[in-house]
Design a protein around this ligand. Structure first.
Ligand code: TYD
Ligand code: MG
Length: 454
């Protein structure tokens, strides 16, 4: 018999304690620690049913060399280009993916469309929901116009039943919506607890590896933006994608935060419509506000999201402050980065923002993490400070160093090409970015930027 031990597990981060406490020391959350009975050893596998085999001789494992057979199963295309791009060019057989997102963002909708796409491509796909009845899924499929696709639907939450069915049916891909609704009867813990989520994910990942089936797990996200349940699920799977939306907007971004088989930070952009998610092949159209009248404080940044160039407008507002400590507010960018940029503009270009409130906003609700956005943010700030509009047909990119120097960034050519494609006629860019694509004004330091923006 496996030995049962009582442990206390934080339901927010998965930290394990020997005794109860009111506050989790690992994540700082209050009242999240619950008593759970757990079996010593990996759940339901070595310690459980297979316990008897320990007495028999261990089976020798086979090693194989790098030069063995390399017949690689091709990636499975879902027919949805944005989704395929976000996973690095299609789904790898035998891989497990975790797709997280807030409730209502459209995870079930996306995955039903993906299931239908895979089924249309000839793959056998199972969609197992623990949240909706099959009739409800059918209703949704009808709304999405995919009710004719040969997708196998089931409504189930018992891991044992699900695995037995999958082993018998052997589908090419299975979608589990969601991992938080599953429960394994090998464990005494309640569904949705860290112990259950972890154990169920582990079993499903093991099934994916041993059978070659693609397992897509849906995960809910907690209020602080992490996948509910332990972070350890993120380490088990091959790829973690977040499905995000900005409040009050129709577009959704599928962002790969980890991918063993492709580039991380790759994004797929969708728009939620009445009949499901529409692919947005040209996301720049969402992030440029358009309009021909030039206003001060707006600069177009030529950025790279994953491997794809995306143009986005950066807006700044600099206005005299009535407060002793002027306000600094940022949406879509790093606030520490803004403070740094303001200090550099002050020290190296002699621009004083000290008595002004400063607001910075990335249009369209995109979040930018690239240092290459520095110069565009600086351009927007200067333009607002001088109350002088920037030329509307120019893009800006470049990293700003503490010395006030403008440093080169990667993928210059891709940025310029995208700008040209969207009808821009010039760029302000780091020295050396000259190319045949667009007319480039080179900025070596912030001084050139200030001269350009005045
Ligand atoms: P859903 O996929 O159920 O979200 P999740 O599984 O992430 O919780 O999406 C629910 C939202 O999407 C709901 O607010 C309605 C909206 N929606 C549409 O706008 N159009 C559609 O065609 C569908 C199916 C849903
Ligand atoms: Mg759902």
């Amino acid at each position: 018999m496996a030995k049962h031990t009582d442990t206390f597990v934080c339901q927010s981060c998965g930290a394990v304690y020997g005794k109860w406490a009111g506050r989790c020391e690992a994540c700082g959350e209050w009242n999240t620690i619950q008593q759970e009975m757990s079996e010593a050893g990996p759940p339901g596998s070595l310690a459980g049913a297979a316990g008897g085999t320990a007495k028999t001789k261990g089976k020798k494992i086979e090693f194989t060399g790098l030069t063995g057979s390399t017949e690689e199963a091709p990636r499975l295309n879902t027919g949805n280009q944005e989704f395929d791009r976000a996973c690095g060019g299609g789904l790898v057989p035998g891989s497990a993916l975790l797709i997280g997102g807030d409730p209502g963002v459209g995870k079930s909708t996306l995955l039903l469309q993906i299931a239908s796409g895979l089924a249309k491509g000839g793959a056998s796909v199972a969609y197992i929901s623990g949240e909706e009845a099959t009739a409800q899924i059918r209703l949704r499929a009808k709304r999405l116009g995919v009710e004719k696709s040969p997708v196998h639907l089931a409504s189930a939450t018992s891991l044992r039943d699900i695995l037995a069915t999958l082993k018998a049916e052997k589908p090419d891909a299975v979608i589990i919506d969601s991992i938080q609704t599953l429960w394994s009867d090998a464990l005494p813990a309640a569904p949705g607890t860290v112990t259950q989520v972890r154990a169920c994910a582990q079993e499903l990942v093991r099934f994916a590896k041993s059978s070659g089936c693609i397992v897509l797990l849906v995960g809910h996200v907690t209020k602080d933006g992490q996948i509910a349940g332990p972070r350890v699920v993120e380490h088990m799977v091959d790829a973690v994608m977040y499905f995000e939306s900005e409040q009050g907007r129709d577009f959704r971004i599928l962002r790969a935060v980890k991918n063993r088989f492709g580039a991380a930070h790759e994004i797929g952009v969708f728009e939620m419509a009445g009949n499901g998610l529409r692919e947005v092949a040209n996301p720049s159209e969402l992030f440029l506000t358009g309009g021909d009248t030039a206003v001060s404080g707006a600069a177009v940044f030529a950025g790279i999201e994953g491997t794809r160039p995306v143009l986005v407008e950066i807006q700044a507002l600099v206005s005299p402050s009535t407060l002793a400590t002027p306000r600094r507010a940022v949406v879509g960018w790093d606030s520490a980065r803004l403070s740094m940029l303001l200090a550099v503009l002050d020290a190296r270009a002699g621009l004083d923002f000290g008595r002004n409130d400063v607001f910075l906003n990335v249009a369209g609700g995109l979040r930018i993490a690239e240092p290459a956005a520095d110069l565009a943010a600086a351009a927007a700030l200067c333009s607002s400070l001088f109350d002088s509009p920037l030329p509307r047909d120019r893009v800006v990119f470049g990293e700003v160093a503490l010395s006030g120097a403008v440093r080169p960034v990667n993928q210059t050519e891709a940025r310029l090409k995208e700008a040209k494609k969207l009808g821009f006629s010039g760029a302000l860019a780091p020295a050396g970015a000259q190319s045949g694509t667009l007319k480039v004004v080179e900025a070596e330091t912030l001084r050139e930027l200030v001269r350009w923006a005045r």
